[in-house]
Ligand binder design. Sequence first.
Ligand code: SAH
Ligand code: ZN
Ligand code: ZN
Ligand code: ZN
Ligand code: ZN
Length: 500
Amino acid sequence: MDVPDANDDSFGIEVILSDGGKTAPCCPHGPTLLFEKVSKGGEKGRSFYACSACRDRKDCHFFQWEDDKVSEARLLAREAENQSKRPPLTQQERVKRFKRLGSLRLDEKKFCQDCQMLLLPAEHEAHSSHRSVGVSSAQLRRPSVLLRPLLNKKSNAQYLFTDRSAHFLLNSLAGLGYNKVLCVGTPRLQELITLRNLEGKHEPMKSLLLDIDFRYAQFYSQDEFCHYNMFNHHFFDGMASSAVLQAFLTESEGGKLVMVADPPFGGLVKPLANSFSLLSQTWRKLQSSDGSGADMPMMWIFPYFFEPRILECLPSLTMLDYQVDYDNHPLYKHGKTGRKQSPVRIFTNISPKDIGLPKDEGYRFCSVCQRFVLSLNKHCAKCNVCPSKDGREWKHCSRCEKCVKPSWRHCAPCGRCALPDHPCGLSEGTEGCFNCGSLKHKRKACSVQDSQRTRSNRPNAKSGSKNVSHCPNQKPKVKRKSGAARRAKKLATQSVTSAE
Ligand code: SAH
Ligand code: ZN
Ligand code: ZN
Ligand code: ZN
Ligand code: ZN
């Protein structure tokens, strides 16, 4: 069967978020997402369901046309397949096992590197031909060091924070008075919180890890870890997990909660934004009536070139200049020059002026913008912003009436700034107009109204809305894979070249 790939560059594929009407079929990763193929001319293609979490059909082969009649036999087979992919232990068995592991003597504790699991004494025999090692109490407190990071390039590459970034996050949050951290896909942050509590030097903080990587469940009690899919807001343990989440989100006396999420870079922004909105709504409902209108404080860590897309979905967020970097990603190391600068930033609804960025790492406070920026990010009097997104010093182009990347030059035929070696006359790519699909003109010259264009042409337009809302569904109907998506894919596959 010739089926579209939700990540195929050659199609415009749009996720359609459910309005609660139809229930989506489930794959082993929970409810699937509905995708719609949109062709050049704007006509809608056939819609289909595919896995929310796996970007590669190889990792989850679920596929169903929306209008498919699925036979009873196929439903049964699917159910059997979903069952077989369930984690081996039930929630209850896991709790029991966790307690038993906790009561073992140090020399009885082992970790099997082949199976990536902690072993009870009775299990040592069965893993005797595997590579297993003894584990110290200190190691048990650092599962992100003990576990081998998943490096599945497309779906679930795990990039762990450097100490620098993790401590920056933790110290900033503690400094702002947060004492409950909902860690969504941030296992290393969760473990630093535990370690910090053990030091006993600070007010203790609570944390709850929501992650799809089931291996982490072995290291945490029931109220410290939930097996969760952030692309469809699915809790694999159903009600038991929802109860844990609800208890955590309820801010009792003096509790102040913040969410920190670090999704895989290749992930789709819209479903992520939707899940974070749902978490925020749950939080809001659980608070005592006085703070009713507020949004749950959050930090969403993602590459800077997704800024327009993220702000479109969650207008209350602002991007910080802080460069988040990772231990096990060769390209995302901290540095002041060249390609080595990490493209990963923090998007937050916490007031940027309250999040101080370290001076000794090259940040300063811009009193006009009322936020901390990289020193090279000079304030432009004409744009009235500190315009740089990528950490380099941008320069103002009077013809474009905005600041642009330092490597760009104004191109008269294209009527805009671009790289000197851009395919001239085809500045929107070889596909013609991005807005209406015509090959005769560029998007800039297009007469068909395009809501997105007016939006993205206002640099740093402050949005009035404070609400974390569902992503607006009024996208232009013609889409190709966005530049951001293409770059994210590049990042995820670690083959960034210096093409800028
Ligand atoms: N920088 C973070 C790790 C980020 S890597 C840290 O150091 O703590 C991305 C994380 O998201 C991983 O922990 C991965 O297991 C998790 N993840 C990936 N896909 C997910 C999904 N669909 N739902 C929930 N978590 C997911
Ligand atoms: Zn799946
Ligand atoms: Zn083993
Ligand atoms: Zn400018
Ligand atoms: Zn040109």
